[in-house]
Design a protein around this ligand. Structure first.
Ligand SMILES: Cc1ncc(COP(=O)(O)O)c(C=O)c1O
Length: 480
C-alpha cells in the first residue's frame, strides 16, 4: 500500500502546542487534585478559567428554568433548530453589543451591526488575521503573550508573529523603541508587517494597558499604516479603582485615527466564565473586514440555542450589573490574598489589576538563570509540589523565572491548599530536599556558585547533601 501524505500546513509544528503550557494540562489530567478522592493530586493553576461567578449564573438559570424549554423566550424550537442567518440572531447581537458597552463602562459606542459572531475569541483572532494578512506577512505581538496565539494567528493562516520584546524593569509595558525595533527586525527579513495585536488586559500579566500607552500604539500604527487588533477578552475582570480603557474609547473620542484600522476581539469565555459555550465576537468599523469575517465565520458559528439562552441572560440588566460587580470584588480579594500569601514566604508577583491569574517572579528560585533552569523549576513545581503553573517561556517571555499562576478556576479553599503547598516548599527543610531532587551534581555545584537568594541557599544545601564542595567549581556563564 502506498503512503498517503497529509498537508504540510497541518503537519507543520507552527501550532505551538508542544509547549509546557499544554504539557502541564496533560500532567494534570492524569492526576487531578480532589479534596476527598485525590488530595495529593496536581492542582490545576494553568487554566485561565473564571469560576468565581459560576454560582451566580447557576442561580440565574435556576430562576429561569423555563428558558431551555423555549417557554421563556420569544422563539420556538423550530425557529432555533433550522439554519440561522450567518449574521447571528439580531436580538442576541444587540444584547451582546449592550454587554460589551457595559463592560467598557459605557464609554464606548458598540453598534450591533459591526459585530461578527465567532466560536470564541480563538476563532475571532484567526479570522481577523486571515482578513488582514497574507501567508508570509507578519503581526507584531508584545511579549509575554498568550500561548494560544502561536496556533490561532499562525498555523492555518501562514502568517508570522514578530515579538515586541518587553521586560520586567517597567512591568513589561510596551515602549516605542521596542515597537520600532520589532518593526525594523521584520523589515530586515523583508517581511511585510500588517498589524500590531495587543491583549488588554494582558494575559499573562493581569494588567491593563494605560491610555497613554494605547495612544502611543495607535500613533505608531498610524505612522506605519498598519492595523491595530485589541484582544479584550478580560475587559470585565478589571478590579482596580481606575476603570478599564478600551482602545475603542480612544479611537471614538478623537478624529486623529482611522476607525477602519482598529479592531477588537471579544468573547464571553472569561468575563462571563462561559468558555464551553464558545461565544466570541469581532468588532470592526471596516465594512470590508466585516464582510470577509462574516463569510469566514460560517466555519465557526455560535449555535442558535446558545444565542437564545444568552440573549435572555444578557438582557437582564439588573443581573448583569450585580454579576460584574461581584466577580470584580471576588477577583480583587483572590488577587490580594494570593499575593499576600506569596509575599509571606518571600515570593514577589506583579501588582496586577485584572485577569484570573498572577504573574509570579520566581527568578530567585532558579538553580541557573536560563531557560533550562526555568524548565527544571517548572518540573519541580509540577512533580514535587503538585501545582500545574505555566512557565514564562511558553508566553515567549524574555526573562527566565516568571510563571503565570491561575486562581480564578478554583474555590478559595483550593487556592489555600495550593498556597499551603507553596509555603511548605519554601520552608527550609523542603527547599533543601527539592534542591537535591531537582539538581544533578554539576547543576548543584554551578548553582551554588552562581545563584543568589533562596536558590543559592538550597543549592549549597544540595552540595552538602551530595558531598560536594561548591568552592572548587568555576562559575558557569549565564545564558539567556
Ligand atoms: C488573550 C486570550 N485571547 C483569546 C483566548 C481564547 O478565548 P476563547 O475561549 O474565547 O476562544 C484566551 C484564552 O485563554 C486568551 O487568554
Amino acid at each position: 500500500m502506498g503512503f498517503c501524505s497529509l498537508s504540510n500546513l497541518a503537519m507543520a509544528d507552527r501550532h505551538g502546542e508542544d509547549s509546557p503550557y499544554f504539557a502541564g494540562w496533560k500532567a494534570y489530567d492524569l492526576n487531578p487534585y480532589d479534596l476527598l478522592y485525590n488530595p495529593s493530586g496536581i492542582i490545576q493553576m494553568g487554566l485561565a478559567e473564571n469560576q468565581v461567578g459560576t454560582d451566580l449564573l447557576e442561580e440565574w438559570l435556576e430562576k429561569h428554568s423555563d428558558i431551555p424549554t423555549w417557554k421563556g423566550t420569544l422563539t420556538s424550537f423550530k425557529q432555533t433548530a433550522l439554519y440561522q442567518d450567518y449574521h447571528g440572531l439580531a436580538n442576541f447581537r444587540k444584547a451582546l453589543a449592550n454587554f460589551m458597552a457595559e463592560v467598557r463602562g459605557r464609554r464606548v459606542m458598540i453598534d450591533p451591526d459591526m459585530i461578527v459572531l465567532t466560536a470564541g475569541a480563538t476563532a475571532g483572532n484567526e479570522i481577523l488575521t486571515f482578513c488582514i494578512a497574507d501567508p508570509g506577512e507578519a503581526l507584531l505581538v508584545p511579549t509575554p503573550y498568550y500561548p494560544g496565539f502561536d496556533r490561532d494567528l499562525r498555523w492555518r493562516t501562514g502568517v508570522d508573529i514578530i515579538p515586541v520584546k518587553c521586560y520586567s524593569y517597567n512591568n513589561f509595558e510596551v515602549t516605542l523603541p521596542a515597537l520600532e525595533k520589532a518593526y525594523q527586525e521584520g523589515l530586515s527579513k523583508k517581511q511585510s508587517i500588517k498589524a500590531i495585536l495587543i491583549t488588554n488586559p494582558s494575559n499573562p500579566l493581569g494588567l491593563t494597558i494605560s491610555p497613554q500607552t494605547l495612544t502611543m500604539i495607535l500613533d505608531f500604527a498610524a505612522e506605519k499604516s498598519i492595523h491595530v487588533i485589541s484582544d479584550e477578552v478580560y475587559a470585565g475582570t478589571v478590579f482596580s479603582p481606575q476603570p478599564f480603557t478600551s482602545i475603542l474609547q480612544i479611537v471614538q473620542s478623537s478624529n486623529k485615527y482611522d476607525p477602519e484600522t482598529v479592531h477588537v476581539v471579544y468573547s464571553l469565555s472569561k468575563d462571563l466564565g462561559l468558555p464551553g459555550f464558545r461565544i466570541g465576537a469581532i468588532y470592526s468599523s471596516n465594512p470590508r473586514i466585516i464582510t470577509a469575517s462574516r463569510r469566514m465565520s460560517s466555519f465557526s458559528l455560535v449555535s442558535s440555542q446558545t444565542q437564545v439562552l444568552l440573549k435572555c441572560l444578557l438582557s437582564d440588566s439588573g443581573f448583569i450589573a450585580e454579576y460584574l460587580a461581584t466577580i470584580k470584588e471576588r477577583l480583587k480579594r483572590r488577587h490580594g490574598e494570593f499575593k499576600m500569601g506569596l509575599k509571606e514566604v518571600g515570593i514577589d508577583s506583579l501588582e496586577g489589576n485584572a485577569g484570573l491569574f498572577s504573574w509570579v517572579d520566581l527568578r530567585n528560585l532558579l538553580v541557573c538563570d536560563n531557560w533550562d533552569g526555568e524548565m527544571k523549576l517548572w518540573r519541580v513545581i509540577l512533580e514535587e509540589i503538585g501545582l500545574n503553573v505555566s512557565p514564562g517561556c511558553s508566553f515567549h517571555c524574555e526573562e527566565p523565572g516568571w510563571f503565570r499562576v491561575c486562581y480564578g478556576n478554583m474555590s478559595e479553599d483550593e487556592m489555600n491548599v495550593a498556597l499551603g503547598r507553596i509555603k511548605a516548599f519554601m520552608s527550609a527543610g523542603r527547599a533543601k530536599e527539592i534542591a537535591v531532587l531537582s539538581m544533578g551534581k554539576t547543576d548543584a555545584l554551578a548553582a551554588a556558585e552562581g545563584s543568589s537568594g533562596v536558590a543559592a541557599a538550597a543549592a549549597a544545601a544540595a552540595c552538602t547533601s551530595l558531598g560536594l564542595d561548591a568552592g572548587d567549581l568555576q562559575p558557569e556563564p549565564l545564558a539567556h
